[in-house]
Each structure stands twice: as structure tokens, then as C-alpha cells.
Design a binder for this molecule. Structure first.
Ligand SMILES: [Zn+2]
Length: 448
């Protein structure tokens, strides 16, 4: 079937690491075919994108069902571990139908926030009690379908989750997560099929959840397919202490010793690291996925992002538990947290943070061709208003600084994914009432 060429005229666009004005973006089907800057007048028939058009944003770490905890998790006090109990309550109520409904609404919220690709770190595999569904990938398939219906790309990072701690079997709530061993995990994960909007990757949930002797099998599965491999790493000091007690080495060292670090690997959080850990991650070019809004929400701490970047690690960003879904907030938090810690400003430029939110995020999810506005890249575009009450004032040449340090998800005006308009003038074109969809599905999954 011949593809119809579509031309966009971006008032301003982030291309080649700078803000250009009057940018013509020609597309055919899913791809950008040409980019021209300095074109003041929109060509006839061009779709006009008013504001600053960025490459689509990549949300590199998501657990869609955590969205149901928004608000609820802010009552009372506690720690990461008490928060986890509430999270397990919600997990216990989901089935493939309700997960499709919830994830469609969550991914629609992401699209409205300018996110065009999500990395779903998926471990809720089986029915309560651990019985596989008739299709053992019914839950993963629900997530892939949810992304299609919400109009965004997904990398399903199918997580191996076998134990509740070092040498400890899964607890009651975790029976839904486990396949028994890494070989059975691999058989199930191998049945997942990629399609236009969906790619498949692997995850080692954490060194707590995958026994050391089985980490290499998961890493090999990903290596054989040249697929992304993700792992939660050192989010909590207690994990480090337990790992040292069980194996006499840190979680980063354990992953390195079992072949799980490298340029296709993303370590999520990497909050509590030793100097040696930072060297291992940087030297291996492992990407670090920072999730600052979740890390502050769960009282995790502040990870050494700039030290990791200096050591050689690219940085990506994730909204993880969806305390908020706002990649601009994630991006600026990387810099602002470091200011609080060091009493100095200017560790991360807006350009470097945009790179994390776009190009490096996509690479971390196995879409290395995406995240740039250039010929040959997928036509994934996110336009941010520069005339909202939050973003008005600075000149367009400071569009990147304005977007990263002042814009919110509410300033996203248009979103195009694979050449298809998904959000226009702040309205989702495929899921008409996103707040309504979130309210209905979350009310059924949570106790008041
Ligand atoms: Zn996570």
C-alpha cells in the first residue's frame, strides 16, 4: 500500500542538539524523510505544530499497575517496604481484562504527557496463587494491547522473578510473579512476539528476586536476541546488605560477575553504590535509568547520576511507580536533586537531560533509531506549548531550558507516534476520556 506523505511545520524544534525555528518535518508512513530548518512560512497543506517540538519522550521504567496507588500511598508513614505491601494488594486484584483496562488508561495518560514509548517492567505474570493463565503470557499481551490502544510504543521487559530474598522462596503475593526457574521463564518469554509498536526485552527483577546462579540464563536470553536487559539495582541499602551477607559482593558486582552488565543493559535506580560499582557500570556502558519522582516518593535516596555519567553510563528516565507521570519533572529532578546534595548548580544541562528523555531512553528500550528529529528516524514528535502560563516569557532560543525546568506534562500540546497523530491540542484522539477511564478502573481495584 503506498504511504501518504505528511508534512509538519514546527514553529520551533529540537534537532541536532539545538532549538531551530521554522522546521519542516517531512514524513512518509512511520518515518521522517527530511528535516529542513529556517522555513518561516508553513508549506501549503503542512500540519502546523505551534510551540517547541521535541522527539517523542521515552519513559524507560514503568509498572503500569502502580498508578492505582496514587493518593492512597500518601496516607500515613512508613518505608519502601510498607509501600510495597499496598502495591501487592493492588497486584492481587488484577486479571488480564482489568490489567488491559488499567494499562490503556495509564498509557493514555503517558501519551498526554508526551511519552511515545514506554518500557514496561512486567512481573505480574500468573493468576493469584501462581497458576498460569490459559495463555501463560495473557498479562504481558494485555500490556502490549493496552499500548496499541493508547497509541504508543512499548518495550515489554519481561521480568524473571523467582525468590523473595537471598535463598528465600517467593512469599504469598509473589507467587503470581514466578515461573519456578529461569529456564521456565525463558520458555514463557520466548513465546512473546514483537510487532510494529512492540518490542520484547528481558529483566532480572533484582538480585533479591533472581538467585545468582540463574542471572546468567536471563542475560544470555537477552544477548541471543540482542534485546534490552533491565534490572532494579541497589534501590535500598537493605538490598545491598543482604547481598553482601549472602554473596560477599555488592549487587552491581554480582550482576557483572554473571554477565548481566553492558551496553544493552539498563540498571534501574542505582541509588546506593560504591565507587567500584560506579566503575563497573560506567566501564561496561550500562545505562542507568533514574526515576527521581519515585525515588523521592519512596524515600530511597539520591543516586550518583553525574558520577555515573562521568564514568561512561548513559542516563535514561522513568516514572516507575507513577507517583506522577511527567518526564519533564523526572528530567529536572536529576539536576535539582544534585544541587541539593552538593550545594552547587549546573551538573546537567537542559540538552543533556533532553537526551536522557529522548535518545538515550529509546536506546535503553531497544529503539536506537528513535528519539531524534532527523531523516530516517520514526516520526515520533512531542510538541510543548511555549505560551502557557508556565512557559511564557523566555525567548524560543531558551526553549530547551524552559521545557526541562518549567514545563509540566500539562503543557504537551500535540503528540505524533509513528506518523500518526495521537494527541491534538491536549486531547487524546484514541482514548476520549482518560481521567474517566483512570477513575473507573482504579475504583474497582482499590479499597477506599
Ligand atoms: Zn521499578
Amino acid at each position: 500500500m503506498p504511504v501518504t506523505p505528511v508534512t509538519y511545520h514546527a514553529e520551533h524544534a529540537w534537532t541536532g542538539g539545538t532549538v531551530a525555528s521554522g522546521v519542516v518535518i517531512e514524513t512518509a508512513g512511520e518515518r521522517i524523510t527530511a528535516v529542513r530548518t529556517g522555513v518561516a512560512v508553513p508549506p501549503p497543506g503542512a500540519e502546523v505544530l505551534r510551540g517547541l517540538t521535541l522527539p517523542g519522550l521515552a519513559n524507560a521504567h514503568s509498572h503500569a499497575f502502580h498508578r492505582a496507588l496514587r493518593g492512597i500511598a500518601q496516607r500515613g508513614s512508613g518505608t519502601f517496604w510498607t509501600w510495597r505491601d499496598s502495591m501487592y494488594d493492588v497486584a492481587g486484584r488484577l486479571d488480564p481484562d482489568t490489567y488491559l483496562e488499567l494499562a490503556r488508561a495509564v498509557y493514555a495518560e503517558m501519551a498526554l504527557a508526551g511519552i511515545t514509548c514506554v518500557g514496561e517492567f512486567h512481573y505480574l505474570h500468573h493468576a493469584p496463587g501462581g497458576t498460569p493463565y490459559a495463555d501463560p503470557n495473557a498479562m504481558g499481551e494485555a500490556l502490549i494491547e493496552a499500548a496499541a490502544q493508547a497509541g504508543i510504543r512499548i518495550t515489554l521487559l519481561d521480568a524473571c522473578y523467582l525468590s523473595s530474598g537471598f535463598g528465600a522462596p517467593p512469599e504469598r503475593h509473589q507467587l503470581r510473579f514466578t515461573d519456578g526457574d529461569a529456564d521456565a521463564w525463558a520458555v514463557r518469554a520466548s513465546a512473546l512476539k514483537e510487532r510494529g509498536h512492540a518490542r520484547i526485552g528481558a529483566a532480572v527483577h533484582s538480585v533479591r528476586a533472581v538467585p545468582a546462579g540463574q542471572i546468567a540464563a536471563v542475560a544470555r536470553w537477552a544477548a541471543d536476541r540482542e534485546a534490552p536487559l533491565h534490572a532494579h539495582l541497589s534501590e535500598q541499602p537493605a538490598e545491598n546488605q543482604a547481598c553482601l551477607a549472602a554473596h560477599g559482593r555488592t549487587p552491581a558486582r554480582l550482576l557483572a560477575d554473571h554477565g548481566a552488565l553492558g551496553p544493552r543493559t539498563s540498571a534501574v535506580h542505582a541509588t546506593h553504590l560504591t565507587g567500584e560499582d560506579i566503575g563497573l557500570l560506567g566501564d561496561s556502558r550500562t545505562t542507568i535509568c533514574m526515576c527521581p519522582t519515585t525515588e523521592r516518593d519512596l524515600a530511597d535516596g539520591i543516586g550518583p547520576a553525574s558520577g555515573l555519567a562521568r564514568a561512561g553510563s548513559p542516563i535514561s528516565l522513568g516514572s516507575d511507580s507513577h507517583a506522577v507521570v511527567d518526564l519533564f519533572e523526572e528530567a529536572r529532578a536529576v539536576e535539582l536533586d544534585e544541587r541539593l546534595r552538593t550545594l552547587r548548580r549546573g551538573h546537567w544541562s537542559a540538552a543533556a537531560l533532553l537526551r536522557a528523555a529522548t535518545e538515550d531512553g529509546h536506546a535503553s528500550l531497544g529503539w536506537p533509531e528513535a528519539g531524534r528529529i532527523e531523516a530516517g528516524a520514526p516520526a515520533d514528535l512531542t510538541t510543548v506549548a511555549l505560551d502557557s502560563v508556565r512557559t511564557a516569557g523566555p525567548p524560543p532560543s531558551l526553549g530547551a531550558e524552559t521545557a526541562v525546568f518549567a514545563a509540566t506534562a500539562a503543557d504537551v500540546r500535540h503528540v505524533v507516534v509513528g506518523g500518526r497523530p495521537v494527541v491534538r491540542d491536549g486531547v487524546h484522539l484514541l482514548v476520549r476520556d482518560v481521567p474517566g477511564a483512570l477513575s473507573r478502573t482504579i475504583a474497582r481495584l482499590t479499597r477506599p
